[in-house]
Design a protein around this ligand. Structure first.
Ligand code: SIN
Length: 498
């Protein structure tokens, strides 16, 4: 694989706004360099991209305290329209710096520049959405069962929010959580992913440039898990929003239970992608390519298991292989690249493990299979046929560019296999039969369904899972409520004039 240790130095030196590449923490309105730092690797070259301030438990406590002191003033001194306008300015600054943000994102995550640029737009879309939702935070009036009584609800900010985000969407997962929190009038303390902290730091700078009172947003990068868990322990934090693994999600839920924080968890997936005999196979292949190979297979909603009905399995497999063969593996910033590296060596090893397990049990490699480990964390996109439900790849999320194909005979079998998992984030299927579309959409045990499409993510679409994929919804009209409490107000004796 092509690599070059000066690759990222050149790219950073060419940023239009070099001030966006920040390696400090942001606590109590100050950029804090810290003497203790941790290294961040660039996946395309496996070289050190930067060294970032490493926060300890005292930094988290200071950030939480500062965010708590600032929060009620922020809410009381702003209107919903004002917070919407602030978010709109943040959105506009992000779009004005889109190229720089995409370069930083591609360097730290490895995704292609065009995907990174798409992610910056996606990240900004959550801010635009919640800028408008801020102004529509309607309460209700309720006919009271008591005489002389008015009953109504209002929505208030929950308070300080602990935001913990993953490396696969270094920008969009920040804005999907922070934008509704700010729209509601909350303050946030963010623990960005240690693999990809730079997008978060750049976005934070732009938020402050847009006029956000500095103490309302605080960023504590760290690799010290014990320090970060302070977010879930500190009683001043009223809400935890986490995207990441199911194990860490469960641990955060347990810790948060001690102080009964509000919690939303977007956790692991194991998405089925079903193609029925009556599907448009070309459309299904197009959806599969997006849904499987976006971010090199490293999204929670990626298709993890392909169930293809026997009548079209041969043509689906051939067409999929043809498209996968055309993918161009390479460093994220190379304009020829259509498939970047994985985030680190462990991610490459996980793909290897799933291929080895499946082939040892009889699966066939239709295309791919090669890992390139030393100069960047690359794995060739791979298609497996002859896969069975008892193989590791059907049970666990691969989080990599591996498409395993399992052949099924009828609808009942497809539904049974698709639901045979403890996860329930997303599920996809292709069929031209409108009754089947409704039936299967209802029977899939997931929080999000894509029927005849592999694209389900958008600011206006409720995002979130069921089962061990977590709870709570992000984006959409529901996303704001996750950062609010609903207060009922009962006013009695309204007809009394004395
Ligand atoms: C994720 O992988 O967690 C997010 C994917 C998306 O927003 O589409």
């Amino acid at each position: 694989m092509p690599s070059n240790e000066n690759y990222h130095k050149n790219a950073i030196s060419k940023l239009n706004n070099g001030g966006l590449f920040i390696q400090d923490a942001f606590i109590d309105g100050n950029w804090v360099p810290k003497s203790l730092k941790f290294e961040v690797y660039e996946p395309s070259t496996a070289t050190v991209l930067g060294s970032v301030a490493s926060c300890d438990v005292n930094d988290f406590r200071q950030a939480i305290q500062s965010a708590s002191s600032a929060q009620s003033k922020f809410f009381e001194s702003t209107t919903a329209v004002g917070r919407g306008a602030l978010l709109k300015r943040w959105h506009d600054l992000i779009m004005a710096n889109k190229d720089d943000l995409a370069t930083i994102l591609s360097l730290e995550n490895g995704k292609t520049l065009s995907e990174a640029s798409g992610e910056v737009g996606y990240a900004a879309s959550f801010i635009a959405w919640f800028a408008e939702e801020a102004t529509r935070s309607y309460g209700v009036t309720i006919p009271s069962s008591s005489p002389n009584t008015s009953l109504m609800t209002i929505h208030e900010p929950v308070g300080v929010c602990g935001i913990i985000t993953p490396w696969n969407f270094p920008a969009a997962m920040i804005t999907r959580k922070v934008a509704p929190a700010l729209a509601a009038g909350c303050s946030v303390v963010i623990k960005p992913p240690s693999e990809t902290p730079f997008s978060c730091l750049a976005l934070t700078k732009l938020a402050v440039d847009a006029g956000l009172p500095p103490a309302i947003i605080q960023v504590c990068p760290t690799k010290d898990r014990a320090a970060a868990t302070e977010l879930a322990k500190d009683p001043l934090v009223k809400k935890i929003s986490f995207t990441g693994s199911t194990n860490v999600g469960k641990m955060l839920a347990k810790l948060s239970a001690e102080t009964l924080k509000k919690v939303s968890l977007e956790l692991g997936g194991n998405a089925p992608f079903i193609v029925f005999n009556d599907a448009d196979v070309d459309l299904a292949v197009e959806g599969a390519m997006f849904c499987k190979f976006r971010c090199s297979g490293q999204t929670c909603v990626c298709a993890n298991r392909f169930y293809v009905q026997s009548g079209i399995s041969k043509s689906f497999t051939e067409k999929l292989v043809e498209k996968v063969r055309a993918l161009q593996l390479g460093p994220g910033l190379d304009p020829k690249t259509t498939q970047g590296p994985l985030v680190n060596k462990a991610a490459v090893n996980k793909v290897r493990e799933h291929i080895t397990d499946a082939t040892s049990k009889g699966a066939k490699i239709e295309y791919g299979d090669t890992a390139y480990g030393s100069d960047g964390f690359f794995h060739q996109p791979t298609v497996l046929s002859g896969v069975r439900q008892d193989m590791q790849v059907a049970k666990e999320e691969t989080f990599g560019p591996l498409a395993p194909i399992i052949v099924f005979e009828d609808e009942e079998e497809a539904i049974r296999l698709a639901n045979d998992t403890e996860f329930g984030l997303a599920g996809y299927f292709y069929s031209k039969d409108v009754s089947r579309v409704m039936r299967v959409a209802q029977k899939l045990q997931v929080g999000m369904v894509g029927a005849n499409t592999g694209k389900i993510s958008a600011a206006e679409a409720p995002f979130g899972g069921i089962k061990e994929s977590g709870y709570g919804k992000e984006g959409s009209l529901y996303g704001l409520r996750e950062y609010q409490i609903t207060k009922s107000i009962t006013i009695g004796n309204i007809n009394s004039t004395t």
